[in-house]
Write a protein that binds this ligand. Structure first.
Ligand code: ADP
Ligand code: TRP
Length: 320
């Protein structure tokens, strides 16, 4: 069973990315063969600065290795190191109806945010389909926001197989429902674009400051509080054990727990939760040779699979 997951290198990762994407990816190494890549070519749709692109990619490699991607057990690479996906994108473009792409929420949302509508952004789901299909992936764990892109991928794969002959495994989306949306410090969905994130590998002071600025209501310290209405509790329960969660809920309801004190506990919980990963990341930062080696070996393994797919696809479309 091959599980494929991609993550865009878009700067600093936050706990929403971690719970929504990275943790399920790391955990999936226990139940199948994980193919995990840094989607830098997808990043190019909205990032136009070479230095930032390189830095973000390198940061993402460090982040994922530090958070538990095991390059021995899994295939871990950088998307652009296997340029076959760009070629496959072209073949897939020609079986992709424009209407299918026009209906994609992510594209419509980007337009609504005023992001310029370049063709890369528009055909983003076709590149995503190429990522998935080049490696004959069986399962693709994604957050709800990516569900539609998976449906597009399946459509494209079925269309290609019907038009030319069997070339692709039809992938299944695994929607990560359980944790749904991680709230940011303002209660909206945590997202870089809302500036409401809590970073995983940030400086202690900065992270503490973020957590201390979580929005709360004016209920006084002594008064009972509804845990279900609190962003602090919503975040706390995502990382706490069942017992810790139950105890925290009781303390909210009992009164006497101020929001400031609850925020401090949330900070402590998060800071200690990621301590081993911070240490691992610091070690990796000092080991350029190891990182270079991981990147090269990963690309070789991924490319071997993509090459097999492409040999067949080229024959089927008649470009050999
Ligand atoms: P951002 O919104 O910060 O730009 P991205 O859109 O790059 O984050 O998201 C990368 C991955 O992280 C996606 O798979 C998405 O499902 C997941 N993700 C991002 N924010 C959250 C969140 N608040 N809750 C759950 N998952 C999230
Ligand atoms: N579009 C995904 C995101 O924004 C990243 C991605 C690119 C991806 N290619 C993929 C995810 C293939 C899963 C499979 O998060």
């Amino acid at each position: 069973m091959r599980i494929l997951s991609g993550i865009k290198p878009s700067g600093t990762i936050h706990i929403g990315n971690y719970l929504g994407m990275i943790k399920p990816m790391v955990d999936s190494q226990q139940r199948g063969q994980l193919f995990c890549f840094i989607a830098n070519m997808h990043g190019l749709t909205t990032l136009f600065n070479a230095k930032e692109m390189k830095d973000y990619t390198n940061e993402a490699i460090l982040d994922l290795l530090a958070l538990g991607i095991d390059p021995e057990r899994s295939v871990f690479w950088v998307q652009s190191d296997v340029p076959e996906v760009a070629e496959l994108t072209w073949y897939l473009n020609n079986v992709t109806p424009v209407g299918l792409l026009e209906r994609c929420h992510a594209y419509k949302d980007a337009l609504a945010k005023g992001i310029p509508a370049n063709n890369g952004l528009f055909s983003y789901p076709v590149l995503m389909a190429a990522d998935i299909l080049a490696y004959q992936s069986d399962y693709v764990p994604v957050g709800k926001d990516q569900k539609q892109h998976l449906e597009v991928t399946r459509d494209i794969a079925l269309k290609f197989n019907a038009a030319y002959g069997e070339a692709f495994t039809i992938p299944e989306a695994e929607i990560i429902e359980e944790l749904a949306v991680v709230p940011g410090i303002d209660g909206q969905k945590m997202s870089k674009s809302y500036g409401n994130t809590i970073e995983i590998f940030g400086e202690e002071k900065a992270i503490r400051k973020k957590i201390m600025s979580i929005i709360t209501d004016p209920t006084p310290v002594e008064a009972p509080k509804d845990p279900e209405a609190s962003i602090i509790f919503a975040l706390y329960r995502l990382f706490a054990t069942k017992e810790q969660t139950r105890a925290m809920a009781e303390r909210f309801r009992a009164g006497g727990l101020g929001y400031g004190a609850a925020k401090k506990e949330l900070f402590e919980l998060l800071w200690s939760r990621f301590a081993p990963h911070r240490e691992r990341r610091e070690q990796l930062c000092r080991n350029d040779d190891f990182i270079r080696d991981v990147r090269r070996k990963g690309a070789d393994k991924a490319r071997a699979i993509a090459t097999m797919t492409m040999d067949r696809v080229r024959q089927l479309v008649g470009v050999t």
